[in-house]
Design a binder for this molecule. Structure first.
Ligand SMILES: Nc1ncnc2c1ncn2[C@@H]1O[C@H](COP(=O)(O)OP(=O)(O)O)[C@@H](O)[C@H]1O
Ligand SMILES: [Mg+2]
Length: 492
């Protein structure tokens, strides 16, 4: 063996020709807050990955005449001013593919779950341009959340971008998690991106997904609050890249960005540290385009391009319900609709605390199953009308009989729409309560007594041989049977 090695070395020496190899060497001017200032790499370009002598890595984020501002992606204790730094000639990419399923990784693909690095076969650039118009299709298939109020009145379609907006603690993440859990058995891959969250939230999210058997078809991309700001900034792009790979393979993917307010704040922090000019609310002027670029990549591809889809559920936080502040308005204008969670509803025990009046799905209606659409029909309008009428009754106004009836129905519906978290319903169960409600089977029930009736139809509806396409009369009869009541007619 030693002889073989000597031989190889001799051959290498024989062929060796001294030559000139140019490599730029920069040095660190200062480092701190997740950022390094560097001089002496004249050919460095934006997004280049830099390698430091101690093993740290950074990405070029800002170029000035004299200095390069880079955000750290990996740092060691040894990184100080004066350290040598080189270009790697690479930009950021991320391992993608089915090896990511069931895994918890950071935005560079490094495992955080104690497992081995994902055995990937492909790398995908974190930044890539969104699919061109000619590759896109209209949103035409429903994506079920399993949540009554959403699937009937604010329906979401595959490829849609639907914003979850509200103050902290009102159940935005819960809606997103329920939606992920509800994709079990539906051949939809899920990516849950956690940006700048507390360790306890990260752990809870993982445990919830695991307990509900949702981890096996999901990937978590995590950059928690204590991670380098550069990593937190990259997290949504990493999740998006992984989703994009599956979408281009013709698969359906759901991505949750939890949350983009924190993401915007991290970006603001990095930008201010890099001395970029601050704009509105001190956010850098390009924060809109950063989020637009991210969400533009979620879409529904047409059959000629594989027919895959990426549905995005970005989450944004409001302060005291103020949706007119900078980041929420940006995101509202970028997305195809929003689900607004309201403090007063939450406090009043209406959970999920979704405010129908301020929630909208601009394109999901087209994707709704025609039978669900038929049953849910005027429900949203009726409910909104009821809410207005109810305000009148507070003043003790006397109402006509028809209005009394509308109020009774509204109160019933309000009880029906209350739903515990972690209990998403299959579509057949959604159909069952819609039919029961429209047939008036709950009509002589006190609102408080509606929950047991809902439970009585939920299980049989889960196991029923009926499908959404079964005739209306069959549904009517089945539901009446489960409630042991006389079957009603179709909706008036
Ligand atoms: N449908 C629901 N029913 C009852 N409690 C809920 C529901 N959704 C959320 N909650 C509760 O509200 C709290 C906040 O929920 P979370 O999803 O973490 O809010 P956010 O992500 O908006 O900060 C949690 O304690 C959760 O248990
Ligand atoms: Mg949350």
């Amino acid at each position: 063996m030693a002889a073989g090695m000597l031989e190889r070395q001799a051959r290498w020496l024989e062929r060796y020709r001294p030559g000139l190899r140019i490599s730029e060497r920069g040095s660190v001017v200062s480092v701190g807050d997740g950022i390094a200032w560097i001089t002496g790499l004249p050919s460095a370009a934006m997004d280049d990955i830099l390698a430091f002598e101690d093993g740290s890595r950074a990405m070029v984020f800002d170029l000035t005449e004299r200095l390069i501002g880079a955000v750290l992606l990996h740092d060691t204790e040894a990184l100080t001013a004066g350290a040598a730094v080189q270009r790697t000639g690479r930009t950021l990419s991320m391992p993608v593919g089915d090896a990511l399923l069931g895994r918890i990784i950071d935005p560079l693909g490094t495992p955080l779950d104690g497992g081995p690095p994902p055995a990937h076969t492909r790398w995908q650039a974190l930044e890539s341009s969104s699919p061109p118009i000619v590759a896109r299709d209209f949103v035409h298939e429903p994506l079920y959340t399993g949540i009554r109020i959403i699937d009937t009145m604010i329906p979401i379609g595959k490829g849609q971008r639907q914003l979850l907006i509200g103050d902290e603690g009102l159940g935005r993440s819960s809606v997103a998690l329920d939606t992920v859990i509800n994709q079990r058995g539906r051949d939809i891959r899920c990516i849950y991106v956690l940006i700048g969250q507390k360790r306890s939230t990260v752990v809870n999210t993982i445990e919830t997904l695991r307990e509900h058997g949702a981890l096996e078809y999901s990937t978590l991309v995590v950059a928690e609050a204590s991670s380098l700001p550069g990593l937190q900034h990259l997290a949504p792009f990493a999740g998006c890249a992984a989703a994009e790979f599956w979408m281009r393979q013709g698969r359906d993917v759901l991505v949750v960005y939890d949350d983009l307010s924190t993401h915007a704040k991290t970006y603001r922090e990095l930008s201010l540290l890099l001395r970029r000019p601050p704009g509105r609310e001190a956010y850098p002027g390009d924060i809109f385009s950063v989020h637009a670029r991210l969400l533009e990549r979620a879409t529904c591809l047409n059959a000629a391009h594989g027919g895959g889809s990426m549905t995005a559920l970005p989450i944004v936080e409001t302060q005291l319900g103020e949706i007119a502040s900078y980041i929420p308005t940006n995101l509202i204008s970028i997305t195809d609709g929003q689900i607004y969670l309201d403090h007063n509803l939450f406090a009043g025990g209406f959970r999920p605390a979704i405010d129908i009046a301020r929630s909208v799905s601009r394109i999901g209606g087209q994707a709704q199953h025609p039978r669900i659409k038929e049953e849910a029909g005027r429900m949203k309008l009726d409910y909104l009308q009821f809410l207005e009428l109810e305000v009148f009754t507070r003043f003790g106004a006397r109402l006509e009989a028809s209005m009394e009836a509308a109020i009774r129905r509204g109160r019933l519906l309000r009880e029906i729409l209350k739903q515990d978290r972690l209990s998403p319903l299959p579509v057949t169960s959604q159909m069952a309560w819609l039919v029961a409600f429209n047939d008036g089977l709950f009509e002589d029930t006190d609102p408080e007594a509606v929950a047991p009736l809902l439970r009585a139809i939920e299980e049989p509806a889960r196991r029923t041989g009926l499908s959404l396409d079964s005739p209306r009369e069959e549904w009517s009869a089945a539901v009446a049977g489960w409630l042991s009541r006389p079957a009603g007619g179709p909706p008036a």
